[in-house]
Design a protein around this ligand. Sequence first.
Ligand code: NAD
Length: 348
Amino acid sequence: MKLLVTGGAGFIGSAVVRLAIARGHEVINLDALTYAACLENLRSVDQDPKYHFIEGNICDSALLETVFSKYEPDAVMHLAAESHVDRSIDGPGAFVQTNVIGTYHLLQAARGYWEQKNRPNTFRFHHISTDEVYGSLGAEGQFTEETPYAPNSPYSASKASSDHMVRAWGETYGLPYVLTNCSNNYGPYHFPEKLIPVVILNALAEKDIPVYGQGLNVRDWLYVEDHADALLTVLQKGDIGRTYNIGGENEARNIDLVKMICAILDRLRPQNRSYSSLIRFVEDRPGHDLRYAIDPSRMRNELGWRPSVTLEEGLEKTVQWYLDNEDWWQPLLQRSGVGTRLGVGGAS
Ligand code: NAD
């Protein structure tokens, strides 16, 4: 297939691009190269003749029209977004601009192209979204595809808005779409401001490891390469107009996750004292959702998909990757705004 991937220089997008190229697909990566992008993530594929890169913004409708007519993709995988919850609290405008307005422009361009091509029902608009649109769970229950939306942060509200638009473009104009809502990702190339890299990199620098509140918030963690595999599965096998929740089947309280990472580091990079002695509880994030959990039945029963690694295995691979790839993360720490955020840390 020929895939137009937006946000392919980001954390999940680059995993999708690497996997899609490895599986023989042609990829057009459209990315605005914001602070969160890193073209180094694509070094293993960027010389491949099946890979094309366009630096551009999804809010630029003229550019989008040109890209669609030049490359004639079979599908769009839309990952471009502002993605960091803490940043959405400090500055929600960028989230509305990219996640809402940008998705609108992309939908319009995809619709124009699809209509011009006589509405092929093989075309897919795959919108990649988050389980955070469902809001917060108590101690019990899981999000299903029928759970009502109740976003609590500017980030999740902007993603919820984009999900609704995708659904509406399907209902109103017939645009063939699939929608996925996924739990927290982790793994190689995760941007240093996110929780798991913050823990690893602060521990290595012998700095405090910040944990919001009492660390009791629960997240379901999905290894990023499993997510990329799940996305290609939904794109190729999912039903038009259907939503699929993707989870890692790996629920953990933040404090337990942090202690697991410290224990792995104690083994891989031993020191006199355990890295867990660096853990410090910090003031909680406003509107911090208590628990997210995904009911994975639809992915498992309809598409036969399950995650391939446990949290323990995925964390070990991730910690090892950060130990082996200082050349990747060290320059990112120097980028403006990132270093200072390391002291704060996000839950995702
Ligand atoms: P990321 O922040 O690492 O990458 C986002 C990419 O989008 C960057 O390369 C950035 O340059 C690009 N981008 C941003 N604004 C753009 C614009 N206006 N035009 C073109 N490109 C633009 O994000 P991520 O963590 O890889 O997440 C990718 C997608 O998956 C997002 O839509 C996010 O909502 C969703 N998601 C993320 C997670 C997670 O745990 N990270 C979980 C579920 C869903």
